[in-house]
Design a binder for this molecule. Structure first.
Ligand code: MV4
Length: 499
């Protein structure tokens, strides 16, 4: 251990820039690794040094442990930050980094491994008195036992893969007649997806809210929580909006959940940044689900309400320093909302819309933070996650943060690709979101793709209808219906919902 002088960031995009910025402020040199598709990427330009690690597909570049460790050796880096995604929650990578004599800026391989097994994670949490969803916390293969368990906890139940997480490999079983078939399917799916067919059964909590606690530990056994984030607006387990604090927690509930989160971390002898996920039911009862052993995409909302730089803290505890504060010294101020801006087409089932950012102008002003990895004229590579940016708006109250977000969305100019900005605006202006009365089914319940139809489309569909009538009167089929608005035309002003 000791002072870190040079960090290699084993990642790409906005999170790599975000990490390198803090490193530079701390006087630490930075090393980028990149694939052949990312030669001109901003993280490569920003870094003090950069090493190409292979062809565009992640499996041949950002997932190649030995290439990355070799790049660290070659450049004399003494630490590796994994970012999120890619190798960030891979215990073999954390171990290989340690064995190469380098510092892994994250938790121990043992903690990553423990939390990688949902069953082991729940077992550890239960030993520390943390509430779990009713169910059985053992791998189940025996159908008879499954029937007994499900009958006892009551339908609907949820079958989850122990090696899954983030919603992967989950199956809802509404009634007894479906249990056996769903179990067989879950087991075979888990076997092929994770090489581990262990599944377990939980009571299915309907209309839950997703509330996660940011925790932080040092290597001296100290653990604190940095309050919660609420991420209930999701689409197919992809978070759309995150905020801190949650609008449903009272100070008393926050204290109890925070203590439970710290206990989960202590059960795993956890250090560095981590996130403890809970679901909260309509009675405000909370249950531990799983722990994410990485810095999360949505960490900025926590930074905004605590005033802390989480990457700086990660680096300091990785150097062996003690946490510079106690739980009692931490306070929460204001409200912060984050939206994720993707190059996806919400009107077309959120299909990735890969292309070049013809116009790219960020919003500005008080309380607005944009974490991104692109500039105008850059192409969004097809090989990776199509997130363009995270936009974080912070103000004294939730209402003001939402108002600021709407203003910022309207000011953001992106052309060349379809984006989820209009969809984010839909959420921000929706009564259910604004009132705080929503759950994880928000998108399913309220969003229909045609809600984002732009005025220009309206015009062309009216034209099409008029033409159809005209042609029908002439008894001729339409050979060439009028074309849609050019897909890549400037339309940022039109990103709003027709209402
Ligand atoms: C649940 C649940 C209801 N009951 N477990 C989804 C992600 C993974 N971390 C666990 N997830 C869920 N587990 C029980 N017993 C509902 C979900 C869930 C969900 C949770 C948080 C945020 C969004 C979600 C969307 C669908 C399902």
């Amino acid at each position: 251990m000791g002072k870190i002088r040079k960090i290699l960031v084993a990642n790409r995009g906005e999170i790599t820039l975000r990490i390198m910025r803090t490193a530079r402020e701390m006087g630490i040199k930075t090393v980028a690794v990149y694939s052949e598709a990312d030669r001109h990427a901003l993280h490569v330009r920003f870094a003090d040094e950069a090493v190409c690690i292979g062809p565009p597909p992640s499996a041949q570049s950002y997932l190649r442990m030995e290439k990355i460790i070799e790049a660290a050796r070659h450049t004399g880096a003494d630490a590796i930050h994994p970012g999120y995604g890619f190798l960030s929650e891979n215990e073999d990578f954390a171990r290989a980094v340690r064995e190469a004599g380098l510092i892994f800026i994250g938790p121990s391989p043992e903690s990553i491994e423990l939390m990688g097994s949902k069953i082991a994670a729940k077992e550890a949490a239960a030993r520390f008195g943390v509430p779990l969803v009713p169910g059985i916390n053992k791998p189940i293969t025996d159908v008879k036992l499954a029937h007994e368990v499900a009958r006892e906890i009551g339908y609907p139940v949820l079958i989850k893969a122990s090696a899954g997480g983030g919603g992967k490999g989950m199956r809802i079983v509404e009634k007894e007649a479906e249990l056996e078939e769903q179990m067989q399917r879950a087991i075979s799916e888990a076997t092929s997806a994770f090489g581990d067919g262990s599944v377990f059964i939980e009571k299915y909590v309907t209309q839950p809210r997703h509330i996660e606690f940011q925790i932080f530990g040092d290597q001296h056994g100290n653990v604190v929580h940095l309050f919660e984030r609420e991420c209930s607006v999701q689409r197919r387990h992809q978070k759309v909006v995150e905020e801190a604090p949650s609008s449903i927690l009272t100070p008393e509930l926050r204290k109890r959940m925070g203590e439970a989160a710290v206990n989960v971390a202590k059960a795993a002898k956890y250090y560095n940044a981590g996130t403890v996920e809970f679901i909260v039911d309509s009675n405000l009862d909370f249950f531990f689900l799983e722990m994410n052993t990485r810095l999360q995409v949505e960490h900025p909302v926590t930074e905004m309400i605590t005033g802390l730089d989480l990457v700086k803290l990660q680096i300091k505890v990785a150097e062996g320093e003690k946490l510079p504060f106690t739980q009692e010294e931490l306070t929460l101020r204001g409200h912060s909302v984050e939206v994720r801006v993707y190059a996806e087409d919400p009107a077309n089932n959120f299909l990735p819309d890969i292309g070049t950012l013809k116009t790219y102008v960020r919003p500005q002003g008080h309380g607005i933070r944009v974490d991104d990895g692109f500039e105008q004229g850059m192409a969004i590579p097809f090989y990776y996650d199509p997130m363009i940016a995270k936009m974080i708006c912070t103000a004294e109250t939730r209402e003001l943060a939402i108002e600021k977000m709407i203003r910022a969305i309207d000011e953001y100019q992106i052309t060349g690709v379809e984006t989820t900005l209009g969809f984010c605006r839909f959420v921000m202006t929706h009564e259910a979101f604004r009132s705080g009365n929503f759950d994880t089914k928000f998108v399913e319940k309220y969003f229909k793709p045609d809600m984002l139809r732009r005025p220009a489309d309206e015009v062309s569909s009216q034209l099409a209808a008029a033409l159809a009538v005209h042609l029908h009167q002439q008894q001729k089929p339409a050979a060439n219906p009028p074309s849609e608005t050019p897909a890549r035309a400037s339309r940022w002003k039109q990103n709003r919902i027709n209402s």
